[in-house]
Ligand binder design. Structure first.
Ligand SMILES: *Cc1c(COP(=O)(O)O)cnc(C)c1O
Length: 463
């Protein structure tokens, strides 16, 4: 399997290089040159199998012959053994034919663990084989950093720098990053927004001199291996609810569009998916795009679902590329224009294709709070604000078919203040992380200046 850039100016690469590079050198995103597909029989056969086995098949389809099936299987087993629920991603029913897929049973209590735990093992495996060390730079709107630090701390062949917007993430989110004791981990509070952090990471990667001096890598949701790992739970949940005979719909609390795009990938691999709803908070670039055909940045607003406070949804470029029938010249033009002007119009043909599958809904703060309360009253489930955005969005879409799966992306205890304020109930941290508040923190404060942060990354990588 080969990986090509959405902007068409970089040579195609294999799975290993696509994973270790993250972003393509031309600024585009890697996608497989063709979508691997499963037969209906294969998909039906996923029913009742352990999560790690299905993961090995789905992710293995993207690795092709670059990873031996038994290695993939072992890595998936190890990765999902870190979860504290035997089903890994259990389903909980909250209404007639409406289910929560609980993606938060991993070490940092957010869905990002699902991809990051396997990604860290892939890195170890692929870098170890090449006797190589890389420095990962990642921007986090809250949960990526914690999941990445949990997955990569102490790994031999990787150093990791996590950048987060100062004061815009919860204390629990911050502590998952800043309390790691291993010295291959560095955390930086940036005076700016998540979009500033993400722009700095992009600039860091575009600095060829720095890239040569330090072997840089990215594990943000632009990394294709994360998308592949996220496609897995679309299969396991849909199959548990009757796919491939009965198509399922998904409602996905969305920011950078990695999670919802993974649903598109599962569909391209043969899973019957009726509808994917991209549910956003007030930072509604995605929901507006799917409703109006115009993908246009707004000002970032701080909300109680901070992991989605994003006004530039990186993975949207991948869907655009598919929408314009994989025309890299058009994709490069559109996203260069977006980079400069902050807006692009989706061509009518591409928009029509997107609307076959996607809907967008934006949910305000009041409705998010009311949804936490009503879900608790009606079902006894205490959900976090991100999940609440997804649950609330259901009411605004009238053409959902089949069972509906809302992706529950974080544990309520990751946002204890806001959940307690909304519901009057303080969610308890699961056993194993209960002492988080007592651990010692360690992090730097830096301004949102690319040059300053690049210098810091370089010094850390060379230390
Ligand atoms: C990252 C995150 C999201 C958004 O996922 P994307 O793949 O960026 O769209 C939603 N909820 C939580 C809790 C997250 O951590």
């Amino acid at each position: 399997m080969r990986y090509i850039s959405t902007r068409g100016q970089s040579p195609s690469v294999g799975f290993t290089d696509a994973v270790l590079a993250g972003l393509a050198p031309d600024g585009g995103l890697y996608v497989p040159d063709t979508w691997p597909a499963f037969s209906r029989e294969t998909i039906a056969g996923f029913a009742g199998r352990p999560y790690a086995e299905v993961a090995a098949e789905v992710i293995g389809a993207f690795a092709g012959d670059e990873i031996a099936p038994e290695d993939m299987r072992r890595m998936c087993e190890e990765a999902y053994a870190t979860f504290n629920h035997k089903a890994v991603v259990p389903l909980v029913q909250i209404g007639p034919d409406v289910f929560l897929a609980e993606l938060f049973h991993g070490p940092s209590l957010a869905f990002k663990d699902v991809a990051m735990q396997i990604l860290a093992r892939l890195y170890d495996h692929l870098l170890g084989a090449q006797n190589r060390t890389q420095t990962i730079v990642c921007a986090t709107s809250g949960d990526t950093g914690g999941a990445a630090v949990e997955a990569f701390r102490g790994r031999k062949n990787v150093k990791i720098v996590a950048l987060f917007p100062e004061g815009r993430i919860s204390e629990v989110q911050r502590r998952f990053m800043t309390t790691a004791e291993e010295d291959n981990v560095a955390c930086v509070a940036v005076k700016g927004t998540f979009d500033d952090c993400q722009a700095i990471v992009k600039q860091t990667f575009q600095d060829q001199a720095l890239r040569q001096a330090v072997d840089l890598s990215g594990v943000n949701s632009i990394n294709f291996a994360r998308i592949a790992a996220q496609a897995v739970y679309y299969f396991t949940t849909a199959v548990a609810l009757g796919a491939p005979h009965r198509p399922a719909s998904f409602c996905v609390p969305s920011g950078n569009f990695g999670d919802a795009f993974a649903g598109y990938v599962a569909m391209r691999m043969g899973l019957p998916v009726a509808r994917i709803v991209a549910a956003t908070n007030a930072n509604d670039i995605l929901s507006r795009a799917f409703e109006t055909g115009r993908y246009a940045r707004g000002a970032v607003q701080a909300t109680i679902s901070p992991a989605m406070d994003i006004q530039s949804a990186s993975n949207f470029e991948r869907l655009y590329f598919e929408g314009v029938r994989r025309d890299p010249v058009e994709t490069a033009r559109a996203f260069q224009a977006f980079g400069e002007a902050g807006a692009l119009d989706i061509p009518p043909q591409a928009f029509a294709t997107m609307r076959e599958l996607f809907r967008g809904v934006a949910i305000g703060e009041d409705e998010t709070v009311r949804t936490i309360v009503s879900t608790l009253n009606e079902t006894g489930e205490l959900i976090d604000p991100h999940t609440a955005v997804g649950v609330a969005a259901l009411r605004h879409v009238d053409d959902l078919r089949g069972p509906v799966v809302v992706l529950s992306t974080a544990h309520a205890a990751k946002f204890p203040e806001d959940v307690a304020k909304a519901s009057g109930v303080t969610p308890a941290l699961p056993r194993g992380v209960a002492n988080l508040a007592d651990r010692r923190e360690r992090y730097e404060h830096l301004p949102a200046e690319a040059e300053t942060i690049k210098a810091y990354v370089r010094a850390f990588a060379e230390s």
